[in-house]
Design a protein around this ligand. Sequence first.
Ligand SMILES: Cc1cc2nc3c(=O)[nH]c(=O)nc-3n(C[C@H](O)[C@H](O)[C@H](O)COP(=O)(O)OP(=O)(O)OC[C@H]3O[C@@H](n4cnc5c(N)ncnc54)[C@H](O)[C@@H]3O)c2cc1C
Length: 404
Amino acid sequence: MLGAGLAGCVTALALARKGCDVDLIDEATTPISQASLHNEGKLHLGYVYAADDSRRTCPRMIEGALSFLPILSKITGVPSTSFARSQPFLYGVPADSQKSPDEIAAHFDRVDRAIADFRREQEIDSGVGDPAPHRQLATDEVARWFDLDLISAAFATDERSVDTVEIADLVAACVYAEPLIVLRLGTTVKTAEAAPGKGWDVICSSSSGTERSRYTAVVNALWADRLRLDAEIGLHPGRSWLLRYKAALTLDAPDTASTVKTPSVTLIVGPYGDFVNHGGGRFYLSWYPVCKLAETRGADPRPLLDIAHVKNAGSIASASLGALARYMPSLSDLAPALDRMRVGGGVIAAWGETDIDDPASGLHERHEIGPTRHGSWVTLDTGKYCTAPLYALRAADLVLEALA
Ligand SMILES: Cc1cc2nc3c(=O)[nH]c(=O)nc-3n(C[C@H](O)[C@H](O)[C@H](O)COP(=O)(O)OP(=O)(O)OC[C@H]3O[C@@H](n4cnc5c(N)ncnc54)[C@H](O)[C@@H]3O)c2cc1C
């Protein structure tokens, strides 16, 4: 199992619980320390994909989001209702959005219908009740949170974020406790080769040098480095992709809990930003033009990570908060806590050639995702955090199929 993000850890746990011995390899020193930790934790229902004319992304997100907590509940033994969830998201539509309020309202209606259809067809119980349909806010409600000169419409949804730190801690504890999983941390996967006969040789480097290990089956869940490693064994996607490094800010400031009441907000459609109110003075924020630090159309993420490591936390925090507070003036109440904001971030891997400021960008869609099997090599395109547990279980099934 290559990569101990949320996808890799859940795959490893699913396989171990079916009786498989699993080596779980990661170059980091703890499991779930990269994109699966430093993300917004939004369990997408598809509202944000208003520019996906194929309309195929929304059903993928619904399936992933509604199965997210039940799968993690089964894996960790923690009831779905015990996981922390943020305040529900409002969606604000800036005046220069790539889609008009009417187009967005029509899209939101389709999302609600897709959720209802999914619930009718699938027995999945999200564990926390069905999401309520969206509603468009009246002008006085919009004015409560947004600057009416900049925002032309807003919608309330029942979409929420989970606490990525809580989930990382719970899932990592299960990995540490699982006797059939051998965790090989601090170990970088360099390359892989088909082994003579059957299986794969995986070549890694660590502080003890270079090591070659033979495995009957491999799951490549390296996320940022997945396409590079696939190419090493001759697997090429035959399409364009973009790796982007996106920074994000988190703030733990219980002293602000009673003053900052701004709900969770996403601005769509275009290069805007998000604010998550987790409750209790815990916040997440990100302003895309400031936080998108680097991108590459190559398969090697190292140059991105090198650029991202020199990020200036102070200027990212003040520029992001400043931009978000123009649209949501109440956010300026967080200014006194600016110096306590922590900057993290990670790579977003997606099919496409141009960035989201292009209305025709492939990044506005996210449906060609999930695991695929090539003999006993499974490559896992996690797609999103919210689809990680579902696709991890499917990746584990593909391994069992390969071993059968
Ligand atoms: C700022 C930001 C916000 C986001 N917001 C959301 C959101 O709100 N909702 C949502 O659904 N998705 C969101 N995403 C996307 C989401 O974070 C990812 O889709 C998801 O976390 C990927 O999970 P993963 O387990 O595949 O990858 P990761 O968590 O990155 O795990 C991959 C692991 O592989 C390891 N690794 C990589 N290369 C090597 C190598 N060569 N050798 C050894 N180990 C290696 C890494 O150390 C890492 O631990 C966001 C992403 C970012 C960056």
